[in-house]
Write a protein that binds this ligand. Structure first.
Ligand code: ATP
Ligand code: MG
Length: 647
């Protein structure tokens, strides 16, 4: 990694935790010590926070690349997320403040959710679902989606959630790959002021025979007209009314499969990531508590991720509910009915901990701070972000404008595969650096290595690896263990290869640089997309930027940038002038080598359903190629709009 350009390392701003939080730091700080002294003992202690039917005696059985955690113990995941809290006297605690897009609201306590899940477990059993069977959940942000996941967990069925926006063929591919026998969906749900139908997508996905689905359970929400297949389709509310209220949960082994989740598909064909029970629940609950300094008795926590993405699994359903957290959940989009919506929700419920994605933060920046400042956000005390590298300027904006200049912003690095947060500070302990994901959480061992697998020194960059197994790690790729070995373990033996580039700063702390596939090579210089994007976003007029390396006859690859301007940006310059200005800005800020060959001002960027920039499509556009696989693209019209701008 010679000839690097260490632009991000010039970031020198530092933010210590505010005093109220730092007060709690003694216990959190001790976690590093405890985990450092006895890593497996530390994880065993965390696992014992759960309620076990049979206590485990062995912590880890590691046969690279296959790990079993706590494997001779048994528990029920749903009982840990529900019944346990009711039995502890917290049944009246709100589990969800739910807001529909048209403005309807529901409040569900832990007792309510427990009752719902018990009944639903009986419904699933009556539909023939048994432990180990797969259930596809094709639902948007409804409390029933949470109930569906937990009802599966309660009876040992394996759920596979599919984004509500995926097409019939995407859905069918996942149903077939997982071998699902039941699909849980809804007639339709509200999105951008309209009912968006979902049931027709399921009908279309199941039209061709050859699948194993025997029933479709349909939640009524949109009240839109739908077709009905007698004998196959079942209304959720009717089945629930007929079901027994009581359900005695059985315990399952710690390694019983919990869910399969197909990765978001930023880079190519989705992989069915398999997670199991106790280790996954241990690490999601632990990280949720300590990264966000969570106080279940008093916090109101809002994670804005979709339930169909891993963040929804780990940080709406499993981690927070294992901790007995009060949450906010919303249907629809942030800008409907108005861009004030997220801020009004925070004010209405007194949200204290807010966890969102860089893509949302950049959209807030684009719209301008007046929307954010329309509401009282003083209840917020900790902010979080996940999904992509966060540019230092977006981090600062988030802290200042949303967090009133005082809240810690926790940048959390993890993946569908890791199941839970791996790199992040702890809100009550860490002195934060804007743009850095900071350090491995206690009990996690991570390094940055060169192509030969040698650890790089402080100040140097390379490939991110996890050097020892962790409780919430993926166990395999569903039905394709060879692909599991090849993708993650072939490169560095028994170290997990994450596929992301990273750099250690002089303190040994970690800065993510984007996907390894996205690193550019310009005249022999390795440049990271994250650094040039951060430089562009640091310009006053820029809300969001995506950078790719396009083939270039003289330099091998050339930097091509796609930029979205803030709505408040000056309109005095012509587009050509603005593009020149930004090219020059990067050259001055980072160095001539990083000067983009082209800058395109665009209205929008191609993103996955989970809001991640699809750089490979931009590379295809910049090189004038046909687009590769676009099945996970959220909005097809965006690429057409960009194409029309490429001169
Ligand atoms: P696919 O693997 O199918 O291409 P994906 O990698 O986008 O899709 P996810 O598991 O949802 O699917 O995302 C994990 C990736 O997101 C990480 O590998 C990393 O590239 C990026 N990421 C997540 N959080 C952060 C973060 N805090 N900082 C930098 N990058 C992050
Ligand atoms: Mg990935």
């Amino acid at each position: 990694m010679s000839d690097r350009i260490d632009h991000l390392l010039t970031e020198t701003r530092r933010f210590a935790p505010p005093e109220e939080l730092a007060g709690a730091s003694a216990t959190s700080a001790e976690l590093y010590q405890r985990a450092g002294a006895d890593r497996l003992g530390f994880w065993a202690e965390q696992a014992r926070e759960l309620q076990w039917e049979t206590p485990f005696t062995e912590v880890l059985d590691w046969q690279p690349p296959h790990a079993r955690w706590f494997h001779d113990g048994s528990l029920n995941v749903a009982v840990n997320c529900l019944d346990r809290h009711v039995e502890a006297g917290n049944g009246d605690r709100v589990a969800f403040h739910w807001e529909g897009e048209p403005g309807d609201r529901r409040t569900l306590t832990y007792a309510d959710m427990t009752a719902e899940v018990k009944r639903l477990a009986n419904v699933l059993t009556s539909l023939g679902v048994e432990a180990g069977d797969r259930v596809a959940i094709y639902l948007p942000m409804l409390p029933e989606a949470v109930a569906a996941m937990l009802a599966c967990a309660r009876i040992g069925a394996v759920h596979t959630a599919v984004f509500g926006g995926f097409s019939p063929s995407n859905l069918r591919g996942r149903i077939d790959d997982a071998g699902a026998t039941l699909v849980i969906t809804t007639d339709g749900a509200w999105r951008k002021g309209k009912v968006f139908p979902l049931k027709p997508t399921v009908d279309e996905a199941l039209r061709e025979p050859g699948h194993g689905v025997t029933n479709v359970l349909v939640v009524r929400r949109g009240e839109n007209e739908i077709d009905w297949v007698d004998g196959r389709d079942v209304w959720y509310h009717e089945a629930m009314a007929d079901a027994e209220a009581e359900h005695v949960a059985e315990a399952f082994p710690a390694e019983h499969p919990l869910f399969i989740l197909y990765t978001s598909g930023t880079t190519g064909k989705p992989k069915g990531i398999l997670h199991t029970s106790a280790g996954y629940l241990t690490q999601t609950a632990f990280t949720h508590r300590h990264v966000f300094d969570l106080k279940p008795e008093s916090d109101v926590y809002w994670c804005t991720a979709d339930i169909g993405w891993v963040t929804g699994h780990s940080y709406i359903v499993y981690g927070p509910m294992a901790n007995g957290t009060t949450q906010v959940m919303h249907e629809g989009t942030f800008d409907t009915p108005t861009p004030e919506r997220p801020w009004q929700i925070i004010q209405r419920y007194g949200v204290t901990v807010f966890y969102t994605a860089p893509t949302a933060i950049r959209t807030f920046m684009k719209l301008g701070r007046q929307h954010t400042q329309s509401s009282d956000l003083s209840s917020l005390r900790v902010l979080g972000t996940v999904g992509e590298p966060i540019n230092p300027e977006a981090w600062m904006w988030y802290r200042d404008v949303v967090g009133g200049g005082t809240t810690p912003v926790m940048d959390t690095w993890w993946q569908t595969e890791t199941g839970a947060i791996m790199i992040s500070g702890l809100a009550s302990v860490t002195t934060l650096k804007p743009g850095s994901a900071q350090v491995p959480i206690p009990g996690i061992e991570i390094d940055v290595v060169d192509e030969a697998g040698e650890p790089v020194g402080d100040g140097d960059g390379g490939l991110l690896v996890v050097t020892s197994p962790w409780p919430s790690m993926l166990r395999t790729i569903w039905g394709d263990d060879d692909r599991y070995r090849e993708t993650y373990w072939q490169k560095f033996g028994d170290r997990y290869f994450a596929g992301d580039g990273a750099r250690k700063d002089d303190d040994g702390e970690i800065w993510l640089l984007g996907r390894v596939d996205d690193v550019m090579n310009v005249s022999g210089h390795r440049l990271s997309t994250a650094e040039i994007e951060s430089s562009l976003v640091a310009h006053d007029g820029v809300a969001e930027a995506a950078v790719v390396g396009a083939v270039d006859a003289t330099t091998g690859q050339a930097v091509v940038a796609f930029v979205i301007l803030k709505q408040s940006a000056s309109r005095e310059n012509t587009v050509e002038e603005a593009e020149q200005l930004l090219r020059q800005h990067v050259a001055t800020d980072i160095g001539a080598i990083a000067r983009p060959r082209q800058v395109f001002i665009v209205p929008d960027l191609p993103k996955t359903r989970s809001g991640k920039i699809m750089r490979r499509l931009l590379r295809d556009l910049a090189e004038g190629r046909d687009l590769g696989d676009t099945t996970t693209l959220a909005d097809q019209t965006v690429v057409d709009a960009i194409r029309s701008q490429l001169r």
